[in-house]
Design a protein around this ligand. Structure first.
Ligand code: FUB
Length: 312
């Protein structure tokens, strides 16, 4: 594999262009979208991008065709998290053990004396109501300099679940217990491993394709125009990760501050989509973020082509 300086071919020549909703996908300020497929349906769980004190619930959106989106209000909200004081954000949602697990960041802690960090809520359906099951954070400490936020839960081919998480430029991976509400030691006894790639800031995402681990993240200032998505490749979930470059960044004709993404595969075809947030042109309010979707393409050598942001 090598970094390509130019796309392998032009977007206008790419096959299988699939119809999708225009961008933004739905109205309202929504950020950090976690896109997943549950039971033959697409789901998006975003942060309600409001001032932190008001960010006390999360809505979900579902679609059968990536065009028409149904809103499911307040699938997780403050009455079901006893320790929530402010700022619920950056969801990661999985289906396992016949249930749905909703991981979230909360309270925006600045030191290890406060209550906050990454929590987990569980429900029987993708629309909740999700309820906190621990009565406290699952990861409530700053470990190795990693702010306990922006978790992503990844299932490897052997069935093992891992959680990647971390802000402030540090990323840790932890091994999850089979109950998915606990963290267990690695075989060497350690409780975490550092996997921070070059230029990492926050928003980790992991994708496995053709035996390679594609680690992705956001870099730059989260509320500035240069926020962007980059990726690296490794042969194991723990790295070492080789930086490949940026694949999503601002387009001065379309939008600024494009980042905190997730990736889904089309239900019917080998089509990949990147779901991310961005700022409307000329809008400098940090919370004014909208959720968008665009096609993402792998080149024949396995690298990811730069994403073309669209309005349509
Ligand atoms: O939504 C709050 C923060 O903005 C997230 O934790 C970061 O990833 C950035 O998107």
């Amino acid at each position: 594999l090598h970094v390509m300086s130019e796309p392998f071919y032009k977007y206008s020549e790419l096959p299988n262009k699939k119809e999708k909703s225009g961008n933004p996908i739905f109205s309202g300020w929504y950020a950090d979208p976690e896109a997943v497929v549950f039971d033959n349906k697409y789901w998006i769980y975003p942060t309600s991008s409001l001032p932190f004190e008001q960010q006390l619930y999360m809505d979900a959106f579902s679609s059968e065709d990536l065009v028409n989106w149904e809103k499911h209000p307040k699938v997780l909200s403050i009455e079901n998290i006893s320790w929530l004081r402010k700022a619920l954000w950056a969801p990661a949602v999985i289906e396992a053990n016949g249930k749905y697990y909703f991981y979230f960041g909360a309270n925006d802690i600045k030191n290890n004396e406060e209550i906050g960090g990454i929590g987990v809520a569980v429900a029987d359906t993708p629309i909740g109501p999700f309820k906190d099951v621990l009565g406290k954070p699952l990861i409530g400490k700053i470990v190795n300099g990693a702010q306990p936020i922006d978790q992503f839960v990844f299932k490897d081919d052997d069935g093992q679940y891992y959680m990647y998480y971390g802000g402030w430029g540090h990323c840790n991976i932890v091994k999850m217990g089979t109950d998915l509400i606990s963290i267990v030691p690695f075989e060497d006894g350690s409780m975490y491993k550092e996997v921070t790639p070059e230029n990492y800031v926050e928003g980790p995402f992991m994708l496995k394709r053709n035996g390679k681990y594609y680690f992705m993240w956001s870099e730059g200032d989260w509320n500035g125009p240069d926020y962007s998505v980059a990726y690296a490749i490794a042969d194991s979930p723990f790295g070492p990760f080789r930086r490949m470059g940026q694949i999503l960044k601002q387009d001065k004709n379309i939008a600024t501050g494009a980042g905190h993404h997730s990736i889904i595969k089309g239900l019917d075809k080998d089509e990949w989509y990147i779901v991310y947030h961005r700022h409307p042109l000329g809008d400098t309010d940090g919370n004014h973020r909208v959720t968008c979707i665009d096609r993402m393409y792998f080149s024949q050598d396995g690298s990811i082509l730069p994403v073309e942001m669209t309005n349509t």
